[in-house]
Design a binder for this molecule. Structure first.
Ligand SMILES: [Mg+2]
Length: 448
């Protein structure tokens, strides 16, 4: 029996704006950050969960975590995990906090950190990685993790159980593949950031090809001629006829007609899809873009800023997506992601989780493994960005073009204590953010 006795939050920020890591058409200079939730218990176990942000406002998410987490203090872990769907509903049901969501924005980012911390804690007590906890469940148990409110017009619990049963036959074989690190092929965005110069880009592309990557994503949407120049360089490095796949990402910079015009100009580079062509809330806009680009053909992907399962449901119902990209912490943690994976399965759309951020590959390696082993039975690529993994106790890794399946108990986002201390914001006297190096960010002109 493990009882949750307390919690801490940590505001951890890495100064990635200094070298433009993560830069794209909408986000010029982000400092990759973690709003952290650490659950303490009356046992040896602690639960670690985090939400990814890109700097300013990370403190708001920490405050929201502090408002939500008292809901689980004093509870037995067994009581919370016995009926997960009910627990998830309980965690979104504080009516005063619900008013400043509901199930979206800062409150939902905070919920993701808390729910994921609970999964991390539970998995540690079971001695398994999170993906394996779910792989060892029956279809009925998986479905009981989900709160079906607002999605039963698209998917009923009984149907979800039937979908899972359909692929159960090959599950043991897929678990074996996962154990052999052959479940989740990786793609890379490392060369693709908009702020990187030509030489850096060429060197990173060459390195990625040599490392065995077959999928490459580039940021677009700053300047059309510049996009053409960068995509030409990319195609020179990866070729058109070597089986390598190009993807492009506009990070919401366009209105719907702009997205269509711009992407028709880039059709010669043959991208598989355009990611986040417009506002993540614009379901009918995504559907219109998909229809308008169908003849080229260029697909449409989105999800990293989709706020909850309801938006995903509508995107699928509107036939707006070629690829669905759930985020591990923008929605309310593992349970809501399971709902989204099942919706994607029902509509026959592959999932490619969003991983461009600190801690995200650590999370999403579990989610993609769950999708392959338990939900869809089909392998799908997963983004890998090679930034900041050194700060994690069990960092995610890619080998021979595949993710190395995590085998340590938990959800893999436990950060090293020294890293947390050094990059806490605003931090202690010896912290990075109190150093002279930080002044260029803290006192220089604000890059918005
Ligand atoms: Mg993106």
């Amino acid at each position: 029996m493990v009882k949750i006795t307390g919690f801490t939050t940590r505001d951890v920020r890495f100064p990635t704006s200094l070298d433009k890591t993560g830069s794209d058409a909408m986000n010029a200079a982000g400092d990759y950050s973690s709003a952290y939730c650490i659950l303490t218990t009356d046992s040896e176990y602690t639960g670690h969960g985090m939400t990814f942000t890109i700097g300013r406002g990370n403190d708001l998410v920490c405050s929201a975590i502090s408002l939500l987490t008292p809901l689980v203090i004093g509870k037995d872990l067994d009581e919370l995990t016995a009926n997960w769907g009910q627990t998830w509903r309980y965690l979104v049901s504080d009516s005063q906090l619900r008013w400043i969501g509901p199930e979206k924005g800062v409150m939902h980012l905070a919920l993701g950190a808390l729910v994921n911390a609970l999964w991390d804690l539970w998995a540690k007590t079971l001695g398994k990685p999170v993906w394996r906890v779910i792989a060892d469940m029956t279809p009925e148990e998986v479905v009981r993790c989900i709160d079906f409110r607002y999605i039963t017009d698209a998917l009923m619990p009984e149907e979800a159980v039937a979908l899972l049963k359909e692929v159960e036959g090959g599950k043991a074989e897929r678990i074996k593949e996962a154990e052999e690190n052959r479940a989740v092929p990786a793609y890379t965005t490392s060369a693709g950031w908009l702020g990187y110069g030509e030489e850096k880009m060429k060197a990173l592309l060459k390195e990625s090809v040599e490392l065995g990557y077959r999928h490459f994503k580039m940021k677009v949407g700053g300047d059309l001629e510049e996009d053409k120049r960068r995509l030409r360089i990319t195609r020179e490095a990866i070729g058109y006829d070597k089986g390598n796949v190009l993807m492009v990402d506009a990070n919401q910079i366009w209105s719907v007609p702009e997205a269509i015009t711009w992407m028709r100009e880039l059709a010669e580079f043959k991208p598989w899809f355009i990611e986040e062509p417009t506002s993540p809330d614009d379901i009918l806009g995504h559907a219109a873009i998909r229809r308008a680009l169908a003849d080229i053909p260029i697909g449409v992907a989105t999800g990293e800023m989709c706020q909850n399962r309801v938006i995903f449901k509508q995107l699928l119902q509107a036939n707006a997506l070629t690829v669905l990209q759930p985020d591990a912490c923008r929605v309310g943690g593992v349970n809501e992601v399971l709902a989204i994976l099942l919706l994607a399965r029902k509509f026959g759309v592959p999932i490619v989780p969003h991983s461009g951020g600190v801690g995200l590959p650590e999370y999403t390696q579990h989610l993609s493994t769950i999708d392959y082993v338990v939900v869809s039975g089909k392998a799908s690529v997963l983004e890998y960005v090679d930034h900041l993994h050194e700060h994690f106790v069990h960092p995610s890794r890619v080998q021979d073009g595949y993710y190395v399946t995590p085998m340590e108990p938990g959800y893999s986002v436990e950060m090293k204590a020294d890293s947390m201390d050094l990059f806490s914001f605003p931090g202690e006297a010896k912290g990075w953010w109190r150093s002279d190096d930080a002044k260029i960010i803290l006192e220089g002109p604000r890059v918005i």
